[in-house]
Ligand binder design. Structure first.
Ligand code: PLP
Length: 377
């Protein structure tokens, strides 16, 4: 068997080479490297895809999460609720604006924010009375939309804003609604390894709120007002390169085909592993984009044995994530933290993700499953 890739971006390029190369050449020949026409074209197509009214493409997923916090004026004294089991950027942006991230636990089966833990943390912060609860950032971890109906209920009760961290979620669905259309505002990332990835850094913010949209457009270019050298607020240089937009357009056109292939591969993994392993939960009505296919070992020792067996057989695997955010050094000095978030802590010791992408073959999936089933005691 050929070398197995964790995420085979080479196979994708070989499939889409003609369109991607033509798109890149067009940008270079047109010399419109910043805010070229492909950027707006991409934004329109992303609106169509997600069903959102407005899309602002940006420099990366972290800026996509940061800019709405800036636009809403969230800052010192404000509490923003985030899951502890996620990539650090979800909480980092909260700290960047001077607000305080408050970590909540997740559910063992879906890896996503547990509404019961969220409610507990919101009520704890309200009772303490030191911080003002402002926003919740649910994460579509590994591609599965968070429990938006339940979370929305809590947001309504407590007057909180909601921002979807859809960095891994693009292509997921909950009922009729697409990922990146939940909450007041949504953010996604086009980092190469995400479900929709470019050839460098990129991201996008989505909203249906015209006023927020206008602020985001301003923040994206140094807080501009009516024109570039009229500055009305503190902003960033957070544009998406025209080249990346030109690369994303053909990838977006191929996205549904790749997404279907990931779903097929995930179903095949589950079918072959479910008797011996804890496979990921996809609750009724939810569809994952399968940014990752993640298993849970019974213990850290078993995880080491299983990932060791995979490695020996030439199969790459990854641990997303080895440490919960509330245990990270950067967050050790925060007040107002929960003592322990047991599910997040336990998951970090047991999870591991398998090769997953839109070009994976039945042969590879079956080979990976065979190794795991043989290695399992
Ligand atoms: C990747 C990721 C981000 C950050 O995206 P970048 O484009 O790398 O800045 C934020 N949140 C989550 C959950 C992610 O997986």
């Amino acid at each position: 068997m050929q070398k197995i890739a964790f995420n085979d971006l080479g196979a994708q390029y070989r499939c889409l080479k003609e369109e991607i190369d033509a798109g890149i050449a067009e940008v270079i020949e047109g010399c419109h490297f910043i805010s070229g026409p492909q950027v707006e074209e991409l934004e329109q197509e992303l609106c169509q895809y997600t069903g959102r009214r407005y899309c602002v493409t940006v420099s990366n997923g972290t800026d996509a999460l940061l800019m709405p916090l800036m636009a809403y004026g969230i800052g010192p004294g404000d509490a923003v609720f985030v899951p502890s089991f996620t990539f650090v950027a979800t909480a980092e942006v909260v700290s960047l604006v001077g607000a305080t991230p408050v970590f909540c636990d997740v559910k063992e089966g879906t890896f996503n924010l547990d509404p019961a833990s969220l409610r507990e943390q919101v009520e704890r912060i309200e009772k303490e009375g030191k911080l003002k609860p402002r926003m919740v950032i649910p994460v579509d971890l590994f591609g599965l939309p968070a429990e938006y109906p339940e979370i929305e209920e809590i947001c309504k009760e407590h007057g909180l804003l909601m921002m979807e961290d859809g960095a891994q979620g693009f292509g997921g669905e909950l009922g009729e609604k697409k990922a990146c259309s939940f909450g007041d505002v949504s953010a996604t990332s086009f980092f190469p390894a995400k479900p929709l990835g470019c050839y460098g850094d990129g991201g996008a913010v989505f909203t249906d709120d015209e006023d927020l949209y206008k602020k985001l457009v301003s923040i994206r270019v140094h807080g501009k007002g009516d024109f570039k050298y009229d500055n009305v607020r503190v902003g960033l240089n957070a544009r998406l390169d025209t080249l990346q937009a030109a690369i994303l357009l053909p990838k977006l056109h191929a996205f549904d085909t790749e997404n279907a292939a990931r779903r097929w591969a995930a179903a095949r993994y589950t079918e072959r592993l479910k008797d011996k392993f804890c496979t990921p939960d996809t609750p009724k009505g939810y569809t994952s984009s399968w940014a990752q296919y993640t298993l849970k070992a019974e213990s850290p020792e078993e995880r080491a044995a299983l990932t060791g067996a995979l490695k020996e057989a030439g199969v790459p695997s990854m641990v997303y994530y080895p440490k919960p955010l509330h245990r990270q050094a950067v967050y050790q000095n925060l007040g107002h933290q929960a003592e322990s978030l047991p599910v997040s802590e336990s998951l970090c010791e047991r999870v591991f993700s398998l090769p997953m992408h839109g070009y994976i073959t039945a042969e590879i999936v079956d080979y990976v499953c065979e190794i795991l089933n043989n290695a399992k005691k």
